[in-house]
Design a protein around this ligand. Structure first.
Ligand code: PAF
Length: 278
């Protein structure tokens, strides 16, 4: 089937009313990369109809963040999606999503104020609000999200549960370049020198796994060594945290199954990554 492009909420709602079968939804902010494509391929495995949204959601950017510079290439994205099994691409605009009299917010408490929420206090409120709106418009059976934004995934799981949405969220593994750098639309901001430095994110996570394998379990000791590695590569650490994957609560002793997540600024670009300790 040809990919159908839908740029208004009204048309999307009309189309949705006529659709039968399981809908797999991949929300994106565009500038698509292999990570997004892997979500689409997972969606295709279990859904009858695959819908991808492209919308750079202004409310999840803080005042001094990169909203205006955020990479966009809708033409290329649509070309790419038209070659895949994507039934609908939904790309609404700001006026439709947030009309002048817009007043409603969806907010998950507590777990939105830690980790990335410390330096981006309003970010997740924007994410939960836009995802609620998209789910209400598309009413999907499944929603596919990457584990790179592990906190986002956990917050959205909590929101779907708390608000009794029937949509099930499916977390998909991080897709990396051959050298380990996690794919992100923001990698575009980094120079080739910065790109070399950015490998310290994944390398520090691999170091944490190695220390754990060698019998070092103290979170503080592991974080100290990760910090040295990142510092020596010129990365500026926002946070390194070891936590329970379901509650995001801090864990003082690293154990199998816990997550280690980091946010590091490389050349003014804030990058995130995480691993599950095995
Ligand atoms: O992960 C993203 O790209 C965004 O946060 C999302 C889920 C599309 C909401 O704008």
């Amino acid at each position: 089937m040809k990919t159908i492009l839908v740029n208004s909420i009204e048309s999307m709602l009309e189309i949705r009313q006529q659709l039968n079968g399981k809908i797999g939804f991949v929300p994106t902010m565009g500038f698509l990369h292999e990570g997004h494509l892997s979500l689409i391929s997972e969606a295709n495995k279990v859904s009858d109809i695959t819908i991808v949204s492209i919308y750079v959601n202004p409310t999840q950017f803080g005042i001094n963040e990169d909203l205006s510079e955020y990479p966009r290439d809708i033409k290329h994205d649509i070309e790419l999606l038209s070659k895949l099994k994507v039934d609908y691409v939904f790309f609404p605009n700001d006026k439709q999503m947030y009309p002048a009299d817009y007043k409603t917010w969806v907010n998950v408490e507590k777990i939105t104020q830690i980790l990335c929420g410390k330096s981006r206090p309003t970010h997740f409120r924007g994410v939960t609000t836009i995802v609620t709106k998209l789910i209400n418009i598309l009413d999907p059976e499944f929603m596919f999200m990457g584990e790179k934004d592990f906190q986002q995934l956990t917050i959205l799981k909590q929101m779907l549960q708390d608000l009794n949405f029937h949509t099930k969220i499916v977390g998909c593994p991080i897709i990396r370049e051959n050298d380990g750098l996690a794919l992100s639309s923001r990698n575009k901001y980094i120079s080739s020198v910065g790109r070399g430095k950015a490998l310290c994110l994944h390398n520090s996570l691999l170091l944490a796994q190695k220390l754990f394998d060698d019998g070092i379990y103290s979170t503080n000791k592991i974080i100290a060594q990760m910090t040295d590695l990142i510092d020596s590569n010129g990365g500026i650490i926002d946070y390194i945290e070891v936590f329970d994957p379901d509650t995001l609560e801090h864990i003082p002793k690293v154990a199998s199954g816990c997550r280690i997540a980091i946010a590091v600024v490389i050349e003014n670009t804030r990058l995130i990554d995480n691993i599950q300790i095995k």
